[in-house]
Design a protein around this ligand. Structure first.
Ligand code: AMP
Ligand code: MG
Length: 330
């Protein structure tokens, strides 16, 4: 596996060219986006797409998001309706994925046999350049082994994969840190299949939207599976006086022979346990969450995490935490 380091903003096109060659030849490239690192292959090459499933250990019925570098490319692979076109106009490029009717060029392996395709145009310059130089849309799920927390640093990708990945492009930490919002535009009201940094409130400025709860999950098969989980148990506390509760819980866990760790915002006053600071704002929290889970997982067997209010990007944070562990209101 090769590693190339690039500056996320002022990189040289030639640095990305080798990786684009690998995509064109049907190989696997891990690359940065503004959400998390992706594990990319030529979306229109069935054999290349199969390698993604194999490397990740991803169930074949869990469809992939197809990444494009311009709007024309969307029309090559999908049939956006009027609502989708408006959302593309408002939010692309960015952390929003739209599920649309698919065109025939997209192989069944990419969409897990569905007649829809999920499409996103990332805003990360390295991702856009890679797609452009590859001259093909790129299928890319998060570049982690299925079930593990998504990678927000190139080191996370290297941790999960060996030589199954041909090249990793390292452009440092990802800016948002949570996967894209997935919206189904083939139904109305629109349905949020996965919350992310483009929030329900932002989309509601234009259209009626509803969250999809468990009953309808078959529509987005990925939501069925256990996700984002470190090996350690994850306990999420939500409430008013959760800081004291977190420390008390960690103390009790330690007495019972466990090795607890704590992930919390503004955590400088917590001591006596391994602590990962989740920052001052919900944006800091989102950006750091997966690294916190991975880091504490190395030294702890229980991770006590501060929960947040399910508003704005808080909804996406709580969605990931609900899949990583158990949520308790205190
Ligand atoms: P990942 O790229 O691994 O972070 O996950 C992509 C998410 O998008 C998963 O939850 C998939 O189930 C969902 N997804 C991808 N394609 C479709 C589609 N055609 N219809 C519904 N959900 C999709
Ligand atoms: Mg994923």
């Amino acid at each position: 596996m090769r590693f190339i380091r690039v500056d996320p903003i002022s990189f040289d096109e030639d640095e990305i060219r080798t990786a684009a060659e690998i995509i064109r030849r049907g190989g696997l490239v891990a690359f940065p986006t503004e959400t998390v690192y992706g594990l990319g292959a030529d979306a229109l090459n069935e054999k290349a797409v199969r390698k993604i499933f194999l490397a990740k250990g991803r169930p074949a019925d869990n469809p992939l998001i197809v990444h494009v570098s311009d709007v024309d490319e969307i029309h090559r692979i999908a049939e956006p309706n009027r609502v989708a076109l408006k959302l593309i106009d408002e939010f692309f490029p960015g952390p929003l994925t739209l599920v649309m009717k698919k065109k025939k060029v997209v192989p069944a392996a990419t969409t897990a046999g569905l007649n829809t395709v999920a499409v996103r145009m990332p805003s990360h310059r390295v991702a856009l350049k890679l797609i452009e130089l590859s001259e093909t849309p790129i299928s890319a799920p998060s570049a982690n082994r299925s079930g593990k927390p998504s990678p927000t640093r190139a080191e996370h990708v290297a941790e999960d994969f060996g030589d199954e990945v041909d090249i990793i492009i390292d452009a440092g930490k990802t800016e948002i840190g949570l996967e894209s919002t997935v919206v189904d535009t083939t139904v109305y009201p629109l349905e949020i299949l996965r919350p992310g940094a483009i929030t329900k409130e932002m989309i509601e400025e234009f259209y009626e939207v509803r969250d999809v709860k468990k009953a309808k999950i078959a529509r987005s098969p990925g939501m069925r599976y256990r996700h984002y989980s470190p090996s350690a148990d994850v306990i999420v506390l939500v409430g008013d006086s959760f800081k004291e509760e977190m420390i008390e819980l960690a103390e009790r866990l330690e007495k019972s022979g466990k090795r607890p760790g704590i992930a919390a915002m503004k955590s400088s006053d917590i001591s006596g346990f391994p602590v990962y600071d989740l920052g001052e704002s919900l944006e800091d929290y989102a950006e750091r969450l997966f690294d916190a889970l991975r880091s504490l997982d190395r030294i702890c067997d229980v991770i006590v995490v501060e929960g947040v209010e399910e508003k704005g990007i808080g909804a996406a944070i709580m969605n990931r935490l609900s899949k990583a562990g158990k949520i308790y209101r205190v």
